[in-house]
Write a protein that binds this ligand. Structure first.
Ligand code: EPU
Length: 498
């Protein structure tokens, strides 16, 4: 009772302004203390759970990556035996020419199957990926003639509708053949496509797209089988921007009956370039290079001559090489606008660049500043340029954050750079912090994928001592005779065949 009374008195007393404010302050302190304590405990528990979750995701991604890396390495055993030997530290000077774009060549070869007439593709890069796609279409019965930097394709007949398993497994772009083969043969059967080990790379948007065109998609004995008597124009919205998905649906729509509308389409320069040529051959495509592409189906496609655009990823890689190891490096046969995002960030980092119509001149940077980047679909910062840019940041003074928003294994190669002396910490599968500058030392390393592989070559060129890079099939997939072209700049690099 006494207690109750005391409380009463307290509350009564607390009616006076002083006690009122004291009581209120005390209550607030008590409440905010428990609230704060609660919040701290919640944050700790949450962080702990999140950290464990991130670690679990990270480890799963890493395991997937290692399994795929081994698989990819074994898939190309013969060329896998060759390696690059690089003695680093030479100043590079002179000219280097950019070849035709790999990712334009692959799609042009597929598009050539739409026509019964001859397609001549010039500025054609003879790299492992384009060689594989040519082998794939030859296996289907298509006639192919190879010249020094051009190829002639005549698909007057497509004899088979089954893509060769081993070849399809080596190439992500094999999926793009599904569209024209389906349109011409009424069915196509193929293994899940392969390609770089840079993430899961599903094909759900392709399968959804083919179904919208009226195809029946079945999964049987590790193969996709798609069939359709007639393809019908469709309205396709891509839930996520996909480059090859956009190109595949655009090509497929050319021979489909009626109108197709692709929304949230990719805008990479290879897409309008291909559309422009297809239109010359009789296709009716509008809006390529914007997020909405419209295609009115036609009965047939004529032959013609297509010159491929220069490889923007090669141009970007060479610009970074110039910044890291120039001297003065002149990059010929490129379109500076196609690497605008990279040029902007290079200038931010303190790299001196001169731009001409089809050329870039890059000077070696003495003092590099750290820059944060996040990859994005075109016209953003290309994910394919992220690995060499990450290397560049190991030479900048300070820390930079690299965010690859597109693929979840594209930063795994940083292990190899750390082995050479870099300080790169993975924050999660998509993000890494680079602390520089760090001196790199030559090591024996293996190329995990194409863009990581060329980055290791660049790292070897600026490292002290000798670097040995194995699994160079991955580099040959995208860079034609790269060692010969680098030697012309003064690089000490040689291909050793075991
Ligand atoms: N995605 C899906 N489902 C799909 C298709 C894609 O979830 O059905 C996801 C991918 O997993 C990825 C994102 O969508 O996270 C974007 O992938 P996209 O389809 O755009 O990639 P891609 O077409 O397979 C092309 C290039 C790549 C380049 C990417 C991004 C070719 C042959 N390949 O791949 O090039 O990195 O676009 O720009 O054109 C390279 O040249 O080294 C290379 C890997």
């Amino acid at each position: 009772m006494g207690d109750l009374n005391t409380k009463k008195v307290f509350y009564q007393k607390s009616k006076c302004p002083f006690f009122l404010s004291f009581g209120a302050v005390w209550q607030t302190i008590r409440l905010s203390f428990f609230k704060k304590l609660g919040r701290i405990l919640f944050t700790l528990l949450n962080n702990f759970a999140r950290r464990n979750y991130c670690l679990a995701v990270f480890n799963r991604v890493k395991v997937d990556y290692i399994i795929n890396f081994r698989y990819n390495s074994n898939a190309c055993n013969s060329i896998f035996m060759s390696y690059f030997e690089i003695i680093g530290g030479k100043k590079l000077n002179g000219e280097i020419e950019v070849k035709g774009a790999k990712n334009a060549a692959l799609k042009a070869v597929a598009a050539a199957l739409l026509s019964r007439e001859k397609w001549t593709i010039t500025n054609f890069p003879f790299i492992e990926d384009t060689k594989r796609i040519l082998e794939l279409i030859e296996d289907l019965g298509v006639r192919v003639k190879r010249f020094s930097n051009k190829v002639e394709i005549q698909a007057d007949q497509i004899k088979k509708s089954q893509l060769d398993d081993e070849l399809a497994k080596k190439l992500r772009a094999s999926i793009i053949l599904a569209g024209p083969v389906l349109a011409r043969k009424g069915e196509v059967r193929m293994h899940h496509p392969g390609g770089c080990v840079i993430g899961k790379r599903p094909i759900d948007m392709f399968l959804d797209g083919f179904q919208k065109f009226g195809a029946v998609v079945k999964w049987e004995n590790d193969h996709f089988r798609m069939s359709a008597k007639k393809l019908k124009g469709a309205k396709i919205f891509f839930p996520r921007i996909t480059v090859t998905g956009t190109e595949t649906m655009m090509i497929t729509a050319v021979l489909a009956e009626g109108e197709t509308v692709l929304s949230n389409a990719a805008m990479e320069p290879e897409i309008p370039a291909l559309a422009e040529f297809l239109n010359k051959c009789g296709a009716k495509i509008s809006g390529a290079g914007t997020p909405t592409i419209k295609i009115r189906g036609v009965k047939s496609i004529k032959g013609g001559k297509l010159e491929l655009i220069p490889d923007r990823i090669e141009a970007g890689t060479f610009a970074i090489l110039g910044a890291l190891a120039g001297g003065k490096v002149r990059i010929k046969n490129c379109v500076p606008d196609h690497v605008r995002a990279l040029l902007t960030y290079l200038e931010k980092a303190g790299v001196k660049i001169e731009e001409k119509k089809n050329e870039l001149i890059v000077w070696g940077a003495k003092k590099l500043k750290p820059v944060n980047i996040a990859t994005h679909e075109y016209p953003g910062f290309a994910t394919d340029i992220q690995p060499p840019f990450t290397l560049l940041m190991t030479q900048a003074k300070g820390s930079s954050l690299i965010h690859d928003s597109i693929f979840e294994s594209r930063l795994m190669f940083t292990d190899a750079l750390n082995l050479m002396g870099a300080h790169i910490a993975m924050n999660d599968p998509h993000r890494a912090t680079v602390n520089g500058p760090t001196k790199l030392t030559g090591r024996k390393i293996a190329s995990p994928d194409l863009r990581a592989g060329i980055t290791l070559v660049l790292a070897g060129l600026i490292a002290n001592g000798k670097t040995k890079i194995e699994n160079i099939y991955q580099i040959d997939r995208g860079y034609e005779k790269i060692e010969e072209r680098l030697q012309k700049l003064g690089a000490d690099i040689r291909r050793v065949k075991k």
